[in-house]
Write a new protein. Structure first.
Length: 136
């Protein structure tokens, strides 16, 4: 019985891997901003609350990060181009997720709370993709 569910799960992952990978890159970028202690507080605050708008700006990138995952911020135009291959309806949904998540990360006192929110948003996004079959 469980083998059938496992097989189905892996088939879904393969079917939606591109969309899940794109969403992961976007979340990784947002989390890199949140984790980077070298970004001044006022700049970080603005970046977190406006992060969803950077997905619509193919020229936006952040070169001053010292975080270990800074490559996603330095090469953000690539992430932005990948994001554009997601169908319009899902793109708007992902923008909303980034807006909500960025604001919660900005306001969160606890990394655990922020991690919970990120996981929650990922689950919702993947579930919506599977149910609606609207990801590329």
């Amino acid at each position: 019985m469980y083998d059938n569910y496992t097989c189905y799960y892996y088939c879904l992952l393969l079917l939606y891997r591109d969309a899940v990978c794109i969403f992961y890159l976007v979340l990784r970028s947002l989390d890199t901003v949140e984790d980077d202690v070298t970004i001044p507080a006022d700049v970080k605050s603005t970046m977190l609350t406006n992060f969803h708008t950077y997905l619509l700006d193919p020229d936006w990138k952040y070169m001053e990060s010292k975080e270990k995952d800074r490559i996603v911020l330095e090469d953000f135009p690539v992430v932005c181009c990948l994001f554009c291959i997601v169908r319009f309806v899902k793109r708007n949904f992902l923008l909303w997720c980034m807006m909500v998540d960025g604001n919660w990360l900005h306001e969160s006192d606890s990394a655990d709370t922020a991690l919970f929110i990120v996981c929650y948003v990922v689950v919702i996004a993947v579930a919506a993709a599977v149910v609606n079959d609207e990801f590329v």
